[in-house]
Write a protein that binds this ligand. Structure first.
Ligand code: NAG
Ligand code: NAG
Ligand code: NAG
Ligand code: NAG
Ligand code: NAG
Ligand code: NAG
Ligand code: NAG
Ligand code: NAG
Ligand code: NAG
Ligand code: NAG
Length: 761
């Protein structure tokens, strides 16, 4: 009960003080920060934590000049910064203002920057640029670090949870396919479309870090930035182009969990999800009304609780030289989905919602593109023409969210008019990462500054559309993949984007775990992923298709998260699906039963996320800061306070190591064998069959009965015969999801193969 009681106390306190879901941060002391001057330098501390240091040997600020080379291929940006000059601002003058703030001017020769150091509304120390010599376009801020300091955040990071020792550019983009230059998958994706990615490529970067010295630093701008954690003595943030008005917010609290809570107060906190999400699965299906209903029947005949049918091809499909793709013209295609309007109404009566798909682009063959173009609603190029984006097999325009008329048209006519009025229960709000840097925006702002903000604008537009529907928008849920600072209350739910259907660490099932943890530490606490992954290859050089085992391990992982949603992948016919065989259906029935058995727990966990800002999926060390072993774990998480979840992300596993944090007043119990108990503080190896996610619960949890009940749901033995091979289904449509995989047709395969062979020779 300990943590439960603690949380409800916090909730009561916070509820009284600042309102439920409000900011929940210990107020700053007085004065909020201290500046001391010594030995020709200065030091700034907040609650005894040194956050800034400056002297001639260790200057805190550098300015310089440089330029970038930016190249883009379908959302894969390559930014090569070239620095011509970098100057350490070693000189300084400090003056105190009457209101307790300070002016700090840092200078060298003709370069100078005046910073204002003052207490912010939400943070004890805000460092703002108030004036400068204006003769530079690059800036580096240094913050002192100690050798064993750990650092987290940076938005959604798929490869590393602890960022120490590496460099992380802050630029929203496609996360890449493979994301490890030494793998064949990454190599092929790079050859095909420069789409391989790397350890740092992400849809959702954020210029925020939190460290084990219990402070966070958040930069409020959206310029291209780089977080550099390589040096043992300092961390450095690089920011380029216009930094006038830049602000850095520092917060110090007594723990990382308090810091996360404060961060959500600063950047916006996620709201609870509609509770229907906890009552069943959302099945990703497609191919027209009949196909959708027959998939539903297949599932419900087995007794699977279905609460949503997610049809990404609701707007129809178009034949392209590289196969069928979703038509990016966001209105119901009544030929493809005959009678969908009536079907939505009747499905709703049996508690099944229909979810669809939209992104910020419009296919130039569609009527919405024509309307938008005629009205001047599309992003333009420097010549003042519509900026046409190549989406692989067709071209499209990007709606200009800086144009209020365009924004309102997309919100009112497209989302409210075409989607919400149709009765959709939600949708995937895909993309948001593609704004080219050489675009000419309606607002006149540089596209390079708006690029990172685009995902938030996109989410906010979706959110407003839903809110403005009033009651009709209640219980609607949309989910975003891209993001940036301020996403917490702009979106409703995140999902991890496009993973490979393989077992790779950097881009397979495993990568969704650090992704959810880093996102949670960055203040965005509700996320989920495509069950089974998305990106599928069928190339002569590489066949990467989804096995039943991969799908089932992924689904059993999703049971211990707030949303259970399947995806067929970009080549559904070659991938294992929930409907592939009676065995798969039986397994899914059991997993969805487990998921729904947890419905009260899901609701509780999401409530806590709302009340405290702490993420639903948390790193172990967030609850157990004194447990040294917890800091080494990035592929396990706490789901709420009561469950340690260690998903199996490798094939052919029968035993699996689990690290349990030391809980001084409680005992961990293995979900699948309640005789196996541990006080924590060590690793142990558990037996796990498919369908048995390694999970331990706290034996004093208020939900023990639920956990015990789930522990008794025996796994489904696999059939003795190999499962039947999936049927080929010509109705399948490739996903509009990522730009790349779906456009690999025969000719590209040949080009790829020859490139590949050339490289080998
Ligand atoms: C500032 O220094 C004073 C005196 O050392 C101390 O009492 C106070 O707590 C410090 N405040 C902060 C925010 O560090
Ligand atoms: C601090 O800097 C601002 C902006 O340059 C200036 O307006 C203000 O007078 C300065 N205050 C002090 C005390 O130097
Ligand atoms: C640093 O400040 C001192 C004192 O104001 C000045 O004499 C010196 O020229 C400055 N150095 C540079 C490089 O700006
Ligand atoms: C990248 O792949 C290589 C070869 O498979 C592997 O040794 C390495 O650990 C991977 N890198 C990361 C960051 O996982
Ligand atoms: C999101 O949260 C931020 C910070 O608390 C606040 O300034 C902003 O108004 C909020 N936005 C919405 C749409 O609630
Ligand atoms: C559904 O759409 C059809 C046209 O495709 C229309 O005739 C019918 O009235 C609509 N039903 C409802 C309930 O709006
Ligand atoms: C979650 O919060 C809502 C609103 O405060 C409340 O009605 C509901 O009972 C809570 N659910 C759980 C499981 O705590
Ligand atoms: C799984 O293990 C079996 C037997 O040990 C082996 O034949 C098979 O190749 C393994 N499969 C994978 C995907 O590693
Ligand atoms: C359950 O755990 C106990 C204690 O570790 C062990 O002795 C027993 O063999 C386990 N049972 C199964 C079926 O694995
Ligand atoms: C949890 O386990 C510990 C150690 O076995 C025990 O002392 C405690 O009473 C248990 N608590 C509950 C609620 O069962």
């Amino acid at each position: 009960m300990r943590l439960l009681l603690l949380l409800s106390t916090l909730y009561l306190l916070r509820g009284r003080e600042v309102g439920v879901g409000g900011q929940s941060c210990k107020p700053p002391s007085s004065p909020p920060f201290n500046i001391s001057q010594d030995q020709g330098g200065l030091s700034v501390t907040v609650n005894g934590v040194q956050v800034l240091q400056h002297n001639a040997v260790h200057p805190m600020l550098f300015v310089g000049e440089g330029q970038d080379k930016v190249v883009e291929f379908s959302g894969n940006f390559f930014i090569t910064p070239y620095v011509e000059q970098r100057v350490a601002l070693t000189n300084f003058t400090l003056s105190e203002a009457a209101d307790g703030g300070y002016n700090l001017t840092l200078s060298y020769a003709t370069y100078w920057v005046t910073l204002r150091l003052s207490a912010g509304v939400a943070t004890p120390l805000v460092v703002a640029i108030v004036d400068s010599s204006n003769n530079y376009n690059r800036l580096w801020l240094r913050v002192p670090a100690v050798a064993d300091e750990r650092v987290y955040g940076g938005g959604e990071q798929f490869t590393y949870l602890d960022l120490r020792g590496k460099v992380f550019p802050v630029w929203t983009r496609e996360q890449g396919v493979g994301r490890n230059k030494s793998t064949l998958t990454t190599f092929l994706a790079d050859q095909l479309g420069k789409a391989g990615g790397d350890y740092y490529t992400t849809y959702f970067p954020q210029p925020t870090w939190l460290t084990s010295r219990n402070y966070f630093l958040h930069y409020t701008g959206s310029n291209y930035a780089v977080l550099d954690f390589r040096n043992p003595q300092f961390f450095e943030m690089f920011v380029e182009e216009d930094t006038s008005g830049a602000e850095w917010h520092f917060q110090v609290q007594s723990s990382l969990s308090d810091l996360v809570s404060c961060l959500t107060g600063l950047l916006g906190r996620m709201k609870p999800l509609p509770t229907w999400l906890y009552e069943g699965a959302i099945l990703g299906v497609q191919g027209g009304t009949e196909k959708m209903l027959s998939r539903l029947k297949t599932a419900t005949d087995k007794g699977i609780s279905v609460r949503g049918l997610w049809i990404q091809d609701w707007s129809g499909t178009k034949q392209t030289p590289f196969g069928k793709r979703v038509f990016w013209n966001w209105r119901w295609d009544s030929d493809h989905y005959a009678g969908l309007n009536d079907t939505i109404v009747s499905l709703r009566k049996s508690n099944v919602r229909v979810l669809a798909y939209i992104n910020p682009s419009l296919d130039m063959r569609g009527d919405l593109f024509s309307t938008a173009k005629d009205e001047g609603y599309l992003v333009k190029n420097q010549a003042g023409q519509t900026y046409l984006h190549n989406s692989g097999s067709f071209r499209c325009g990007l709606v200009d969210f800086t144009n209020p008329a365009a924004y309102n048209w997309y919100k009112d006519d497209v989302i409210k008019g075409n989607m919400l009025k149709l009765g959709l229960g939600g949708w995937m709000a895909d993309f948001g990462e593609y704004l080219p840097v050489d675009a000419a925006l309606y607002s006149g702002q540089p596209a390079s500054l708006l690029h990172n903000q685009w995902p938030r604008l996109w989410a906010q537009l979706n959110h407003q559309a839903v809110s403005e529907m009033g009651e009709a928008g209640e219980d609607v849920v949309f989910f975003s993949r891209s993001g940036f600072s301020g996403m917490g209350n702009a979106t409703m739910l995140m999902w991890a984007g496009d993973q490979n259907v393989d077992w790779s660490m950097e881009d397979g099932a495993a990568s969704t775990i650090p992704a959810s943890l880093s996102l949670g530490l960055s203040g965005v606490g509700l996320t989920h992923f495509d069950i089974g992954g998305y990106t599928t290859y069928v190339l002569p050089a590489l066949k990467m298709v989804r096995s039943s085992e991969r799908l089932l391990r992924s689904a059993e992982h999703a049971v211990f998260g707030p949303v259970f949603r399947t995806h067929e992948g970009n080549i559904p016919s070659v991938n294992a699906q929930f409907y592939t065989s009676p065995y798969m259906l039986d397994c899914f029935k059991r997993l969805v039963d487990m998921f729904t058995a947890l419905s009260q727990y899901h609701q509780h966990v999401v409530n806590v996320t709302y009340f405290t800002g702490l993420p639903a999926q948390r790193p172990l060390f967030l609850n157990y800061p004194d447990d040294e072993g917890s800091y080494k774990v990035q592929y396990q998480y706490l789901y709420g306070d009561d469950l340690v979840v260690a998903p199996v992300y490798l094939p052919n596993i029968t035993t699996w190591p689990v690290y349990l944090p030391a809980d001084p007043s409680d005992t961990w119990v293995y979900l699948w064998n309640t005789s196996l108990i541990s006080p924590g503080g060590s690793s142990l190896t558990v037996r796990t069959l498919i369908g048995q996610t390694p999970v331990f619960y706290r034996n004093s949890s208020a939900f023990v009965d639920t956990f015990v009940k789930i522990g008794k749901m025996l796994p489904i033995p696999p059939p003795t015969l190999p499962p039947p091979t999936p049927t080929t289904d010509s109705q399948h449509t490739t996903d509009p999801g990522t730009g790349l995989a779906q456009r690999w047709g025969g000719s590209l395969v040949l080009i790829c193969l020859s490139l590949f062979l050339c490289k080998l020779m």
